[in-house]
Design a protein around this ligand. Structure first.
Ligand code: URA
Length: 351
């Protein structure tokens, strides 16, 4: 193999597949896209001609039709298991049209080895062990480059003069929101809670009944479990920031619909831009798929480090799903252990 070949620089077919999807997406988005770190961007540019010919869109795919593999933010029929709050049948997810997209970092496979202990999140676990293969190597490298605003990105709600907004500005901009139909049934907007300078942010799906009543995210049964998870990781709830993809309760705890996600998503992005955490934990399919604009089922995404706007992102199961499927707590705990490592915490410490 020639050292200059794409295989030598970006080895593994999974990486090449990511690049292929990027190129197709760029083509579809007519150049509105792409925010990756500068080194990767330069490398991608160098390789683009050969990658283009290697992964040329088959004649049968018109630029208007979705890419054949995981069409951009495509509808995915996932098992109810992948969902958080909602009990209703899964609805397809769509990404807001025309918005810029962060580059999908190569995922790490296989995900985690069997986790150390305490998948029940009832108390601090006893020991930390994690195979090197599960380390967040790629995102760590990407973090050497400070997060930058996506070129050509729509202004973030609350931002003034192109500056990053503060959380207060974002909240003010949200106002008494009437941007989607969820406003008709809500009692309270559930904006988010916790430390506005948090290094760690958890993103859920949308408020349930208790959250709607109190105006605070994750205060019901799923919230109780999330609080245990946070504490088992060696944080207090007040240390972190918690918010949701949609800020108003979907009636009957159904899934948020694409237009609702589309209306609310800029505010989630603005919240994360305001906080600039070190790590985002995406709880469940709606958070992971919305932020990453990736329709991969959460069962496949979880446990693999990704990058969102220069921020390390760990997709994992939603606590509501874990309540229904306690056997999966073991996997979720492995994901959280990987996050703890980024903060220099181990399952025995409560720093
Ligand atoms: N589930 C969520 O996704 N968010 C909440 O705030 C509560 C439950």
């Amino acid at each position: 193999m020639n050292d200059d070949s794409p295989e030598a620089s970006l080895d593994m077919s999974a990486v090449l597949e990511d690049v292929r999807r990027h190129l197709l997406w760029q083509e579809d988005a007519a150049g509105r896209v792409l925010m990756i770190d500068a080194k990767a961007a330069a490398e991608l540019q160098r390789l683009t001609p050969s990658l283009r010919s290697r992964f040329a869109r088959p004649a049968s795919e018109s630029p208007q039709s979705p890419a054949p593999v995981e069409p951009r933010p495509a509808a995915v029929a996932e098992p109810a298991a992948d969902r958080g709050v909602a009990q209703a049948p899964t609805r397809p997810m769509e990404a807001p049209a025309g918005a810029p997209v962060a580059a999908a970092a190569p995922t790490q496979r296989p995900p985690a080895p069997p986790p150390a202990a305490r998948p029940g999140f009832s108390s601090p676990p006893a020991s930390a062990s994690r195979a090197p293969s599960a380390r967040p190597a790629a995102p760590g490298m990407l973090l050497d480059v400070p997060p930058q605003p996506s070129p050509g990105a729509a202004p973030l709600p609350g931002a003034v003069d192109g500056e990053r907004p503060t959380l207060d500005q974002v909240r003010r901009e949200l106002g008494d929101c009437r941007r989607c139909k969820l406003c008709t049934g809500r009692k309270n907007i559930v904006f988010g809670s916790g430390n506005p300078r948090a290094q760690l942010v958890f993103v859920g799906e949308g408020p349930g009944e208790n959250e709607d009543l109190q105006g605070v995210p994750f205060v019901g049964a799923a919230g109780e479990l999330l609080t245990k998870m946070i504490e088992a990781m060696g944080f207090r709830r007040d240390d972190v920031y918690i918010c949701n993809v949609v800020k108003c309760r979907p009636p009957g705890n159904r899934n948020p619909e694409p237009d609702e996600i589309q209306a609310c998503e800029p505010f989630l992005r603005a919240q994360l831009a305001a906080i600039q955490p070190k790590v985002v934990v995406a709880l469940g399919k709606f958070a992971a798929q919305t932020l990453l604009r990736d329709s991969t089922p959460i069962t496949r995404m979880r446990g693999n480090w990704r990058v969102y706007e220069g921020i390390q992102l760990m997709p994992t199961f939603h606590p509501a799903y874990l309540l229904r499927n306690p056997a999966e707590k073991r996997n979720a705990w492995a994901d959280l252990q990987a996050v703890m490592k980024v903060f220099g915490k181990n399952p025995g410490s409560r720093a």
